[in-house]
Design a protein around this ligand. Structure first.
Ligand code: AHM
Ligand code: MG
Length: 335
């Protein structure tokens, strides 16, 4: 039972027994993500100071090398997950290939792999707009004790055991699911503790917000163009409101609370859209479904897609159920 104001640490312990496989390993893993999120949050919040204490590629007054924040976030998450020795493999949007953890040690019993987009929407950092971290967790399919291989990462989204995001916004929140609903925790920066602030988050079935980069309009498929026109039509509860931050985590977070749809369709410029199936779409799809929403590539359920490449891209339609279904209707009629 989610109790408001419970700390994330308490919540993890209390809910450990409800995980499908209880060994404490998944709890430890989520605890590490919590820790890395706090470290990255601290750095993201200082982003504006970089100009004063030294820009990326330079050395700051303490003699430390300044890093770009997305590189920093990538390093911190990977370090935390490998140091605590609780995963057997990591794949990151920032890395070309997956990372094998613990391959030297035959006795290691770690069962989970983590896929991560350490700092999504990072083009927003320079202008003080929210960014996020997205993570996705699977049980490995190859035998425990052997080095992980690509097939451990190329699993359908429906195999995820947990997924979540951290949004570094006006306040910092960690929102995640282990397949039993979605809960959101807000960081109290003064004491560095996440508190359960948003128990059992759910998308309203209908919404009035559509989020899409309309600058790409002329390149969109006809179904998307018609759906956008439908959103803008004066009829019933329409026109809808257009809201697009350009930071998937923030756009998703707002739409989950208020009701809305996020779209990154394919276009005549990008035949598979922009977003990555493994690091962005699958975890968001798992959260959406756990929150009563829906995620689709315009025709099919995102989490049913069999991945073939680590950095595969896919068109993405995600949010309030009725809105996603309406967009799918337009896609089908015009395909
Ligand atoms: P990134 O992983 O390079 O940060 O790109 C992903 C981001 C999403 O957060 C956001 O929704 C989208 O790219 C915005 O793209 P665009 O600027 O083309 O609208
Ligand atoms: Mg990204």
């Amino acid at each position: 039972m989610a109790k408001k104001n419970q700390t994330l640490g308490e919540f993890i312990i209390e809910n450990q027994a409800s995980f499908k496989y209880t060994s404490g390993e998944l709890s430890r893993l989520i605890n590490s993500i919590r820790l890395a999120a706090k470290v990255v949050n601290h750095e993201v919040n200082k982003a504006g100071l970089v100009d004063i204490i030294g820009a990326a590629g330079e050395t700051n007054i303490q003699g430390e090398d300044q890093q770009k924040l997305d590189v920093y976030a990538n390093d911190k998450f990977i370090q935390t997950l490998t140091n605590r020795n609780i995963v057997c493999g990591i794949a990151s949007e920032e890395e070309d290939d997956f990372i094998v953890v613990n391959s030297q040690d035959e006795n290691h019993q770690n069962k989970y792999v983590v896929l991560i987009d350490p700092l999504d929407g990072s083009s927003n950092i320079d202008v003080n707009v929210s960014v996020g971290t997205i993570f996705s967790i699977y049980r490995r399919v190859t035998p425990v004790g052997t080095p992980v291989s690509k097939e451990d990462f190329l699993q359908k989204g429906s195999e995820q055991v947990a997924a979540g995001y951290v949004v570094y916004g006006t306040s910092t929140m960690l929102v995640y699911t282990t397949g039993d609903g979605v809960n959101g925790f807000t960081l109290n920066p003064a004491i560095g503790t996440f508190y359960l602030s948003h128990p059992n988050m759910e998308f309203p079935e209908d919404g009035k917000i559509y989020s899409v980069n309309e600058g790409n309009y002329i390149h969109f498929p006809i179904g998307v163009k018609k759906y956008i026109k439908y959103c803008q039509e004066e009829e019933g509860d329409r026109p809808y409101t257009s809201r697009y931050i350009g930071s998937l985590v923030s756009d998703f977070h707002r739409n989950m609370i208020k009701g809305g749809i996020y779209m990154y369709p394919k276009s005549s410029k990008n035949s598979n859209g922009k977003l990555r199936l493994l690091y962005e779409c699958n975890p968001m799809a798992f959260l959406a479904e756990q929150a009563n929403g829906k995620a689709s590539d315009g025709f099919n359920r995102i989490m049913d897609v069999q991945p073939t490449e680590l950095h595969q891209r896919i068109p993405f339609f995600c949010g309030s159920k009725n809105m996603v279904e309406k967009a799918e209707e337009f896609m089908k009629e015009n395909s």
